[in-house]
Design a protein. Structure first.
Length: 109
């Protein structure tokens, strides 16, 4: 189920949007957070069977997300720092991301 959700979000999140400072747009960053939550949920399931293999898959999945969104790890970290320093911006992004995950999950149930 998580792989299906991951595919849906990855499929619809291929645009590149950053501002002049190299900060990933709020909407795109939200989609990235959604993708990350999905791969981390899958990781938690997989590590019960084989933690070493699960870690390798997780790293590969992170690389795939960054490639898909045409960003680097550094872009992600810079944007994460930016949004965490804004008043409630990061909290709002996470809330929106979790709401989107819930919507997609309800479609699959």
């Amino acid at each position: 189920m998580f792989r299906t959700l991951l595919f849906v979000f990855l499929f619809f999140s291929c645009n590149t949007t950053t501002n002049n400072n190299g900060i990933i747009s709020n909407d795109k960053f939200t989609r990235i957070i959604i993708d990350i939550h999905l791969i981390e949920a899958e990781f938690e399931n997989q590590k019960l069977n084989d933690e070493f293999k699960a870690n390798a898959i997780l790293q590969n999945d992170y690389d795939s997300i960054f490639d898909l969104h045409n960003i680097t790890y550094e872009d992600f970290q810079k944007s994460l720092k930016h949004y965490s320093l804004e008043n409630n911006e990061l909290e709002l992004i996470y809330s929106k991301a979790l709401e989107e995950i819930k919507k997609e999950k309800s479609k699959l149930d």
